[in-house]
Design a protein around this ligand. Structure first.
Ligand SMILES: NC(=O)c1ccc[n+]([C@@H]2O[C@H](COP(=O)([O-])OP(=O)(O)OC[C@H]3O[C@@H](n4cnc5c(N)ncnc54)[C@H](OP(=O)(O)O)[C@@H]3O)[C@@H](O)[C@H]2O)c1
Length: 309
């Protein structure tokens, strides 16, 4: 029995070690060394080449190395009927929640503006609100967005969230669907994006969306770069309509040196590090799913290809 590992960014050594401890009989093969393809029962992947998952006659499931699966649905040809799972894990959620709280607090306490003032040796106090007076809006109320919204509500922020189907979350005002989008934006002073990237959410942060936020709002993107129309975001920052942004994800990664985001005042750039998959817990999930499939049960954390997440 073998697992095919395909990623240019994750360490095959770390994953091989993790599987070695949990399931020594599982041979980890690292793309493009697939060996006898009939042995491969699971593919563990991040941005696989377009044809890499075809012609694997005994493939039981495809596991994404990350929580998002947009990298799989974009230009990879997927074999018919093979389930796709994504990575859902308490440690991943905890890391993301930390990052969301860190940057919402940074925007709330006006850190991007103080960082802009520092090189100019400018000592000036900016007006400050209390958390309960600050309206935070979370796009996406799934595993990650839901956890971030709950934690932010715990800080005393006035939190709302938006999802495709209506949610009920204690302490969070929930909006849903197209009808709920504009009212959600109209009350959001700090917008946190934790949506999956799908055809329905591609470019969702655009001129119209940004214009619907109160003037002087801040934006924190921990979802995907494809959610943002970058020229529209830059224009909103330059005009002052948007006060600040924290951007962890970009349309092109690594962010090219010539990107204006590197030099844009009141923008904090981080290199797609909000939350990182841990090989130890990731391997546990894959082994658990292999056991479930053996017992004739569906794997955990399956994505729905019809909605793309
Ligand atoms: N920066 C990083 O390091 C990093 C790390 C991990 C993940 N991520 C990103 O975070 C994303 C979210 O992960 P997750 O585990 O929270 O996903 P999830 O559990 O699948 O939740 C997705 C949420 O988005 C909502 N949604 C999806 N399409 C929508 C639409 N068209 N309109 C409105 N709401 C929509 C869903 O609504 P329903 O509840 O109605 O289904 C759900 O609430 C990932 O897809 C990935 O892109 C980033």
């Amino acid at each position: 029995m073998a697992l095919l590992f395909i990623s240019k960014v994750d360490s095959p050594e770390d994953w091989t070690r993790a599987f070695g401890k949990l399931m020594p009989e599982l041979e980890v093969r690292v793309w493009p060394e697939a060996g006898n393809k009939a042995d491969i029962e699971v593919a563990l992947v991040w941005r696989p080449p377009s044809e890499a998952l075809l012609d694997l006659p005994n493939l039981k499931f495809i596991a994404s190395l990350g929580a998002g699966v947009d990298h799989l649905f974009r230009d990879t040809r997927l074999p018919d009927g093979v389930p796709v799972t994504r990575f859902v894990d308490d440690d991943l959620t905890a890391m993301m929640t930390e990052y969301a709280v860190l940057h919402v607090l940074a925007c709330h306490r006006r850190l991007p503006e103080y960082l802009e003032m520092q090189p100019k040796a400018e000592w000036r106090e900016l007006p400050q609100s209390l958390a309960r007076e600050r309206k935070v809006g979370v796009l996406g109320l799934g595993v990650l967005g839901g956890a971030a919204a709950r934690k932010l509500a715990g800080f005393g922020f006035d939190v709302a969230g938006w999802s495709r189907t209506r949610k009920v979350l204690p302490g969070v005002t929930c909006f849903a669907g197209a009808d709920g989008f504009k009212p959600f934006l109209a009350r959001t002073e700090i917008l946190l994006c934790l949506l999956p990237l799908t055809p329905a959410t591609e470019g969702i942060i655009n001129r119209e969306t940004l214009a619907a936020l109160p003037k002087g709002a801040a934006f924190v993107n921990l979802g995907r770069g494809g959610h943002v129309v970058e020229a529209d975001l830059l224009a909103a920052l330059e005009s002052g309509r948007l006060r600040a942004a924290v951007l962890d994800v970009f349309r092109t990664e690594p962010l090219p040196p010539e990107s204006p985001f590197w030099r844009q005042p009141r923008v904090i750039v981080t290199p797609h590090v909000a939350s990182i998959t841990n090989p130890e817990s990731g391997a546990r999930k894959v082994v658990e799913n292999l056991a479930r499939i053996r017992r004739g049960e569906p794997p955990l954390d399956q994505v729905d290809p019809s909605v793309g997440y």
